[in-house]
Design a protein around this ligand. Sequence first.
Ligand code: ACO
Ligand code: ZN
Length: 281
Amino acid sequence: LREHEEFTKVKNIATIELGRYEIETWYFSPFPPEYNDSLRLYFCEFCLNFMKRKEQLQRHMRKCDLKHPPGDEIYRSGTLSMFEVDGKKNKVYGQNLCYLAKLFLDHKTLYYDVDLFLFYVLCECDDRGCHMVGYFSKEKHSEESYNLACILTLPPYQRKGYGKFLIAFSYELSKKEGKVGTPERPLSDLGLLSYRGYWTRVLLDILKKHKSNISIKELSDMTAIKAEDILTTLQTLDLIQYRKGQHAICADPKVLDRHLKAAGRGGLEVDVSKLIWTPYK
Ligand code: ACO
Ligand code: ZN
């Protein structure tokens, strides 16, 4: 019941200011009650503290000494950087990020228990600092082999390939852990579209090289994509036959080429050589 109430609550904050953007919000987010009478909130783009009045933000910006998310920079390639923020060490930042993210996430229950999560914050950096583009969260320990809990690209940055970058990044972390992973369910429409696109492109690229001489298990080992997700992706592409009680991949090169063309742009690549990271222990 509480969950249902949260879903059906009317949107409170209509717009936010974040860095150089004014952004219209999509959904309700449970900000502390004293913020609920404001239509607009002002966020510090670095520490993500939020305020009701522009003058408060201006005063804050004069004394806030952060120029990037707290935590460790674990990836840098060109102007793109990724920061790993431990929710236990940076509780307020983690909570602020959840409040912000919920404005664009419909059916996710907000985690107040940020201690249990790591946040991977993607930034575009310039001489003024590292500007948040999007993020994903990840449970420190997942029983269900989830490698991603929530993913968001901020609206001004959407449809530029950052979502696929974040998804690819989550699988690179899983590869380093030597585990397969899958996103937490349910997925939003946009989440499902982005994952389908990612899975399709990654699997088709491998199948093109290996023809059909590869099993779902081998694909899973190579990509860290969970076998079930591989099976449903290949079924959607009509590349699976059921023979002698077994699923077999049958990948006619012409069919692969047709699907690859339809799969569209590859997006921003994760350069694994620039990822400096060891799994959480
Ligand atoms: N309309 C149609 N297709 C879309 C759209 C859209 N508005 N947005 C993304 N897609 C599809 C496209 O296929 C796109 O690939 P293409 O541009 O090559 O055609 C693909 O998704 C991914 O596009 P990206 O540019 O890489 O993704 P983006 O940076 O826009 O981020 C994301 C995708 C994170 C899902 C973003 O839409 C978002 O933040 N949405 C709001 C929050 C959300 O729904 N998150 C997922 C919840 S589920 C979960 O957290 C486990
Ligand atoms: Zn600040």
